[in-house]
Design a protein around this ligand. Structure first.
Ligand code: 4GX
Length: 255
C-alpha cells in the first residue's frame, strides 16, 4: 500500500513513520510513505504558501493554487484524497479497515486556519478527523491514520493479531500478563497458568465483556452479542452491584 502525504513539514511525517513497526514495513517494502513538500509548489520568490483570509479575521489560509499544483504532481488514477480536519467524520476501527482496502491514499495536511475551500472542493474525496480537539496541523492526524491502517496491510504485523483483536469485534481487549508470576504481591490469574485453553478463552471473553461494561458501556449497544455473551453480562451485572453502567439498570433510574 502506498501513502502519499502532502504537507508543509515532510520531515515530521518521515521521521515519525520511519520508526518502529511502520519503519520496518517501509524498509521491507510492504508499504511506502512519501511526503511531498507543498512549499516546493509555491509560485512566488519568497516561497509563500498562505495569505490573509478574504472577509478578514485571525490567521492565514493556505493558497488554493499552491495546493493544487502540489496535488497535480502527486495525483494518480486510482488514489483517494483525504483531508485531515476536525470537521471530518471521526476515524474509527471500521473506517481504518475500509481504508486498508485502497492501494493508494493521498493525505492532505492543512496548517493555519485551513485551506482555501475551492481547492478542497476540487480535489478532496473524504474529510476525516482523529477526534474532537484542535491540533496545530494535519501531520499528526495523517500519521495516526497511516499507523492504524498499516496494521491491516499484509506483512506489517508478524502475527495475525488484527483478526483476533477484540476491538475489531466491538469490545475492549482482555487484560494481559507476563512474568513474573507474582508482582508486588499480585498473582497472575490462576486460569492463565492452567493450560486449559477452553477455560482461558472463556475467561478472556468474560474479561472483555466486563471491561467494556465498566469502561465503555456505549460500545455494547452497537456490538453483536451471542446468547452466551448476554448470559455472562447478566451474571457480571448481578455479581458486582453499583459498578458503572449497572446502577441505572438495577435501580430502574433511581439516579
Ligand atoms: N483531526 N487539525 C487541520 C487545519 C484546519 C483548520 C481549520 C480545517 C479548518 C485535526 C483533527 C486538527 C488542526 C488539522 C487544524 N483545517 N485534523 N488543521 N483533530 O485538529 O484531524
Amino acid at each position: 500500500m502506498d501513502f502519499h502525504v502532502m504537507t508543509l513539514f515532510p520531515d515530521m511525517i518521515m521521521d515519525g513513520l520511519n520508526t518502529s513497526i511502520t519503519g520496518r514495513a517501509i524498509k521491507a517494502g510492504v508499504m511506502s510513505v512519501k511526503a511531498y513538500d507543498i512549499r516546493e509548489y509555491s509560485n512566488d520568490k519568497h516561497l509563500k504558501v498562505d495569505d490573509y483570509p478574504y472577509g478578514g479575521g485571525a490567521g492565514m489560509v493556505m493558497k488554493p493554487d499552491v495546493v493544487y499544483d502540489a496535488y497535480l504532481s502527486v495525483k494518480s488514477e486510482n488514489a483517494k484524497v483525504i483531508y485531515l480536519s476536525p470537521q471530518g467524520k471521526t476515524l474509527n476501527q471500521n473506517k481504518v479497515e475500509e481504508l486498508a482496502k485502497e492501494k493508494h491514499l493521498i493525505l492532505l495536511c492543512g496548517h493555519y486556519e485551513g485551506i482555501d475551500q475551492r481547492v478542497l472542493d476540487e480535489i478532496v474525496d473524504e474529510e476525516i478527523s482523529i477526534g474532537d480537539y484542535v491540533l496545530t496541523g494535519g501531520e499528526i492526524p495523517a500519521m495516526v491514520l497511516i499507523d492504524s491502517v498499516s496494521r491491516y496491510v499484509d506483512g506489517v504485523l508478524s502475527d495475525g493479531s488484527t483478526s483476533e483483536e477484540s476491538f475489531s469485534q466491538g469490545l475492549l481487549e482482555y487484560p494481559q500478563y507476563t512474568r513474573p508470576e507474582i508482582f508486588e504481591e499480585q498473582q497472575v490469574p490462576e486460569v492463565l497458568l492452567s493450560g486449559n485453553h477452553q477455560m482461558i478463552d472463556k475467561w478472556r471473553r468474560e474479561q472483555s465483556l466486563k471491561r467494556t461494561l465498566e469502561k465503555r458501556p456505549d460500545l455494547l449497544e452497537k456490538v453483536d452479542l451471542s446468547d452466551e455473551d448476554k448470559k455472562i453480562l447478566e451474571k457480571i451485572k448481578n455479581d458486582v452491584p453499583n459498578k458503572v453502567g449497572t446502577a441505572q439498570i438495577k435501580e430502574g433510574g433511581k439516579f
